[in-house]
Design a protein around this ligand. Structure first.
Ligand SMILES: [Zn+2]
Length: 382
């Protein structure tokens, strides 16, 4: 992390956060408060899902609705292309509509074109929507780098009815991403490590990470049951706030550590590409707990809870059940690269320490699954 003035504490947040059932019906007036010529970046699937709602919502307030088709992966090329569309058509705000990938691409395109950006989330699979950073991926979907901006989204809108209608696996991935936030933020407490906005963590950032964690332990499992049946319950509302707003503020201002670094490492090998961001992060959380030497009861409780949430807790499920040391070394090399957040840990694990912790996830995950009656872990097909 950049360390310009490490003694300063920094907290960042989006200008406004709006969440609830049917929130997309209000997107026109909300976006109209940010700009008068928005460009909406989304893929065909999401457009098919909410296009008619947005037509109505934008027409009601007289804001033009212009879509741009998102290429699917937030690469450097894609954000440059969309930035050029914004410039050439004189748009004054870009809306990333969909999941983390479209939202990340919209942030980058907005920054390229010098206009504000809005996150309009239809799923709660990551905590990307609120933050002032995006992940740049290669064409093949591997982590390339973090890109930092000098501001957060002007507006974040999350429609919980759409979240409930999306596949349950998406919300489960959001739970995995958000649980990591506290595991990582607490590792930075009392250290000089920097958060994701180039400052030391504030009490607020760290406390929100903890609040997210507490909500998830209370409400994640009933929320996932509800979403299985497309229902929006108070548990769903609480979990969406935890995975999107609280985890977003918590990771950005509280700081990241090993869980996300291991995630980034996992993206470096094709074997894990079937997993969503939050699913890979869950392997990272377990790795960090083992690396820290967390109490066995805590590690096992975490493994069981996340397995019950449908998250991967073994290398087998991550496609790495048969991985040799050379393959895991590639993961670890990427996870321990100089710019990685693993260096925010209050100790310095060796390459071998990280590889052993990652390897040890398999045994813990299997033992806990067996004990909880969850069966043997399954390797991905193909
Ligand atoms: Zn994440």
């Amino acid at each position: 992390m950049a360390q310009n003035t490490p003694s300063l504490r920094v907290f960042a947040s989006p200008g406004r956060y709006v969440q609830g059932r049917g929130a997309m019906e209000r997107l026109g007036s909300l976006v109209g408060g940010v700009g008068s010529r928005p460009l909406v970046l989304t893929d065909d699937v999401v457009r098919g899902l909410v296009g008619a709602t947005l037509e109505r919502s934008f027409a009601e307030v007289g804001v033009p609705l212009i879509f741009e088709r998102f290429g699917g992966v937030p690469t450097r090329t894609e954000s440059e292309r969309v930035g050029e569309v914004i410039r050439s058509q004189d748009h004054d705000v870009i809306v990333g509509l969909g999941g983390g990938a479209a939202i990340d691409a919209a942030k980058a395109a907005g920054a390229n074109a010098g206009v504000p950006w809005v996150s309009a989330a239809t799923v709660a699979s990551t905590d990307a929507p609120t933050s002032a950073l995006s992940v740049v991926y290669t064409e093949k979907g591997a982590f390339e780098s973090y890109r930092f901006y000098d501001r957060n989204p002007a507006l974040v809108v999350v429609d919980t009815q759409l979240v409930a209608q999306a596949p349950t696996r998406f919300l489960a991935a959001g739970v995995g991403d958000a649980l990591a936030t506290w595991i990582e933020a607490r590792a930075l407490r009392g250290t000089d490590a920097t958060n994701m906005v180039e400052g030391r963590p504030t009490r607020a950032g760290t406390a929100l990470a903890r609040l997210s964690w507490d909500i998830l332990w209370e409400s994640a499992l009933p929320a996932l049951d509800a979403v299985d049946h497309d229902l929006v319950t108070p548990d769903v509302e609480a979990v969406v706030e935890a995975t999107t707003l609280l985890s977003g503020l918590g990771f950005e201002s509280g700081g990241l550590a090993a869980a996300h670094a291991v995630h980034d490492g996992l993206t470096a090998v094709d074997e894990t590409h079937h997993l969503a961001h939050g699913e890979k992060v869950n392997i990272g959380s377990l790795t960090q707990l083992l690396l820290e030497g967390a109490p066995t009861s805590e590690v096992e409780e975490f493994a069981e809870f996340t397995a019950r949430a449908g998250l991967p807790t073994t290398l087998t499920e991550a496609g790495l059940g048969k991985a040799d040391d050379a393959l895991l070394d590639r993961v670890v090399a990427a996870a321990t690269a100089p710019e990685e957040t693993i260096h925010n840990l209050p100790f310095t694990p060796s390459h071998r320490d990280v590889r052993d912790a990652l390897r040890a996830v398999e045994g813990v995950g299997r033992r806990v699954r067996r004990r909880a009656g969850l069966g043997e872990p399954r390797a991905p097909k193909g």
